[in-house]
Design a protein around this ligand. Sequence first.
Ligand SMILES: [Zn+2]
Length: 136
Amino acid sequence: MGYDTTFFNGDSDSQLVATALAEGRVILSRDTQIMKRRLITRGRLKAILIRSDEPAQQMRQVIDELALDSESRAFTICLECNQPLVARDKGEVKELVPPYVFKTQSQFMQCPACQRIYWRGTHWQAMTERLKKFVI
Ligand SMILES: [Zn+2]
């Protein structure tokens, strides 16, 4: 959806809270305990308690509560490093994508950090369809 996100792999809730505060992040969690943290209850750190077990409903809740724009920002940042993608000419990516992709695609984007190339293939189409379902 084009929002800078990260999955927390640390050991403790304290680490999670400190990281979120330092990086200006919103915590998304199913853990009711973390919602009782003082930084969260006093509003210094935003956190959303995810209610549903269903990924689609979880997405719907996050989109609603954060008033996310689920369309215009989609596919604008790297899935791996959250960096804004840069448009690349077809000729620039010839050696970087599979021959079939080069033959069938015309628009390419590249992550300036990890150099990963993105194009609007079947994965992009499937993700677009899933995103559309969340915003209806
Ligand atoms: Zn990247």
